[in-house]
Design a protein around this ligand. Structure first.
Ligand code: GLN
Length: 379
């Protein structure tokens, strides 16, 4: 039970919205399939044997299944809005880092966490971003960039818009996923957009750099859950350190424990330069590489996820590393703080496929224009 409202909740209420409740997510946002939820695991409304993605899986599930007007608030650190949007056939808008206040959001990885939106239609995501964005003195990382009415970008012509196609994002992807995305790009060309071949060779380091930074930050953020002020509490028995260890061992999920151990390792004395500091340097190089691309194109287009929504039995046979590797489309833009949108690009074998668009910092407008033009054409 929260003791105060997050800024996005306050803003939603004051714009006339109703907060219905909480939706399921992977514990602390650690996951891609909502299979590490502390409570119930949300099932994909299209096929309940399949995941609806994660970590904001419940948000995607409800956005897809609600039979009443609904817009979901969701969170992304490394792809947790794009993954559920792609797997449930909904729209997922991940804003630029700092565009939306994080006040009231439980920290996973502070340098990457973002609050965004999942909805049925691009217009609803644009509307909600207009409501929740803007500077907030309660969040020191909140940006002073101009926000305004993002619905003004809905339905704008894409004539002359340059869409970069980074070749690295189309190799090693299930053909069932890349084919509809290529068709989608063909349709956008038909509307007057220009496609440009791009190469982003450093993105092959994005998953490793992302997980080092994310786990390093997560391990410090979870230190507060020691059974004193935050998290589960029991009667203190024995030394404080014994009590802290026993409560953390008992109540953290397996994935949280894995991340605490790996995150502590990568920033420990003697290892820090080899892992954490190096990952920060990779992040700097990636930002540079993407910025060079954005000098040539307005948006970049990739598949949202490299696979169709997997079944839970398929997920069970994946190793933690296999699961982390599924984030290959989303880790680079999230590590660099760029905004993205995932929009449905059709169905294969009855399962949804997403088109992901990435823009330069604070260029959500272009994402909304291209996604809405594409969505209008698909109706
Ligand atoms: N799958 C990624 C992770 O586990 C992203 C999660 C997120 O964006 N919260 O870290």
């Amino acid at each position: 039970m929260p003791t105060y409202d997050a800024t996005v909740v306050t803003k939603t209420k004051s714009a006339g919205g109703m907060i219905l409740g909480k939706t399921a997510q992977d514990e602390f946002g650690f996951g891609t399939f909502s299979d590490t939820c502390a409570y119930a695991v949300p099932k994909n409304p299209i096929d309940p044997e399949r995941t609806c993605g994660g970590s904001s899986g419940g948000a995607g599930c409800l956005a897809a299944a609600a039979d009443f007007p609904h817009i979901a608030i969701a969170e992304s650190t490394g792809g947790s809005i794009t993954a559920p949007a792609a797997f449930t056939g909904t729209v997922g808008l991940t804003p630029t880092y700092g565009r939306v206040s994080r006040y009231g959001l439980i920290d996973y990885s502070n340098s990457m966490d973002k609050i965004g939106v999942i909805s049925r239609k691009v217009y609803d995501s644009a509307l909600m971003l207009s409501v929740i964005s803007g500077h907030d003195p309660l969040d020191s990382t909140s940006s002073r960039a101009e926000s305004g009415d993002f619905t003004a970008y809905v339905g704008k012509s894409v004539k002359g818009i340059r869409i970069g196609i980074p070749k690295e994002y189309f190799s090693d992807v299930d053909r069932k996923v890349s084919k509809p995305v290529e068709d989608a790009l063909g349709r956008l060309e038909g509307m007057g957009a220009k496609t440009v071949d791009i190469s982003l060779p450093r993105t092959k380091y994005a998953i490793a750099a992302y997980y080092i930074v994310a786990m390093g930050e997560a391990s410090t953020n979870l230190a507060r859950y020691c059974g004193m002020r935050y998290g589960a509490q029991e009667k203190i028995d024995g030394e404080f350190s014994e009590y802290f260890s026993s409560i953390r061992s008992k109540y953290f999920g397996e994935e949280a424990k894995r991340r605490i151990i790996l995150g502590t390792y990568v920033r420990a004395a003697g290892f820090r330069d080899a892992y954490y500091t190096k990952a920060l340097k990779v992040r700097g190089l990636l930002i540079k590489e993407f910025k060079e691309a954005f000098a040539k194109v307005d948006v970049l287009a990739t598949p949202s996820m490299p696979i169709l929504p997997p079944r839970f039995d398929e997920i069970e046979s994946m190793s933690p590393l296999d699961k982390y590797n599924i984030d290959k489309m989303t880790t680079a833009p999230n590590l660099c703080g760029f905004p993205t949108i995932s929009v449905p690009a059709g169905k294969v074998d009855g399962l949804p496929v997403g088109l992901q668009l990435i823009a330069d910092h604070f260029h959500e407008g272009e994402l909304i224009s291209v996604a809405s033009a594409f969505e209008g054409d698909s109706d």
